[in-house]
Design a protein around this ligand. Structure first.
Ligand code: F6P
Length: 331
């Protein structure tokens, strides 16, 4: 294999740049030519790619986002779109493709390999940390630290005003950021899509209890995709008046939606090293003929998990940590 391409696709994550750098430089070191594809699969369809040399990926290791840009491409989801993409890859003589992204990106790579026989390999790039086949995905650690910084700051103002705060993290289908952020931030309650067992009554009770115990703040962390959203919780809590709750003061609540701030920022040391090891490993696997899977780090070892296996197995959140958060913070 002498010519490979690399692209980033779907939602960006901090660490995609160090991954591009590692892929490019490892491949150049092995004597390959490298093409960077811009705007993910959309760029593949529009033939938007150019050669990357050693210096082209310089100065990006500390940058959030992705220098190759990213997109979600509905056209690539169709066989005709993938045929167009394949024509462009053939035209450039590209023999292997490295894809950095989440589940949707992996599905795209799997389809290219299955329909056209193109060797592809994927790196897990998503802040949601919801991909089977790796302990951590690139970007999740940086995003978690962003969440934690926000929780700490909100606690300061919450204490000054004796308020309860609902903090919404990203994660449409994944409770990873909410669970780990809530655990590390000492939240009084955590709501995640994977374990929808907390009712609005539970949340209200947790808040009442916190204030009765003399706490000056109360933090509820809810994932974007949780069964109760931040606004619903806020509305309910604001209906509790001082008399009913038994406090000497009337307390109100605020909801803070952290949003896309979680996707940006300089990648943490953990994400940079993970991205570097996975990126370099992906090229080595590809060049040695091992492809058609997700490169991950599991129990500190580089692994390749076949696409079928990744797609058939949802990543399981550690339910014990959820229980632990209840023991430590709710009561
Ligand atoms: O990157 C993953 C993710 O952050 C999800 O948690 C979230 O639901 C989604 O991206 C939102 O992405 P966008 O706003 O780009 O559609």
């Amino acid at each position: 294999m002498h010519r490979i391409a690399v692209l980033t696709s779907g939602g960006d994550s901090p660490g995609m740049n160090p991954a591009i750098r590692a892929v490019t430089r490892t491949a150049l070191h092995a004597g390959c030519e490298v093409f960077g594809v811009y705007r993910g699969y959309a760029g593949l369809i529009q033939n938007d790619m150019r050669r990357l040399e050693y210096k082209d990926v310089g100065g990006i290791i500390q940058r959030g986002g992705t220098m190759l840009l990213t997109a979600r491409s509905p056209e690539f989801m169709t066989p005709a779109g993938r045929e167009k993409a394949m024509e462009n890859l053939r035209w450039h003589g590209i023999e292997g493709l490295v894809v950095i992204g989440g589940d949707g990106s992996l599905r795209g790579a799997a389809a290219l390999t299955a329909e056209h026989g193109l060797p592809t390999i994927c790196l897990p790039g998503t802040i949601d940390n919801d991909m089977y086949g790796t302990d951590m995905s690139i970007g999740a650690d940086t995003a978690l630290n962003t969440v934690l910084e926000a929780i700490d700051k909100i606690k300061d103002t919450a204490s000054s005003h004796q308020r309860a705060f609902i903090i919404e993290t990203m994660g449409r289908h994944s409770g990873y950021l909410a669970l780990m952020g809530g655990l590390a931030g000492g939240a009084e309650a955590i709501l995640i899509p994977e374990i929808p067992d907390t009712t609005i009554e539970d949340v209200v009770e947790v808040i009442k209890r916190s204030f009765r115990k003399g706490k000056t703040n109360c933090v509820i962390v809810a994932a974007e995709g949780a069964h109760l959203n931040a606004q619903t919780i806020q509305d309910q809590i604001n209906q509790i008046d001082a008399e009913e709750s038994g406090f000497s003061f009337s307390f109100r609540t605020r909801a803070t939606i952290l949003g896309h701030i979680q996707r940006g920022g300089s990648p943490s040391a953990f994400d940079r090293t993970l991205a570097t090891r996975l990126g370099s490993g992906a090229v080595e696997f590809l060049l040695s003929g091992k492809n058609g899977g997700l490169v991950g780090m599991q129990s500190r070892k580089l692994t390749v998990t076949p696409y079928d296996e990744v797609l058939a197995n949802p990543k399981v959140l550690d339910a014990k940590l959820y229980e632990l958060s209840k023991i430590l913070d709710r009561y």
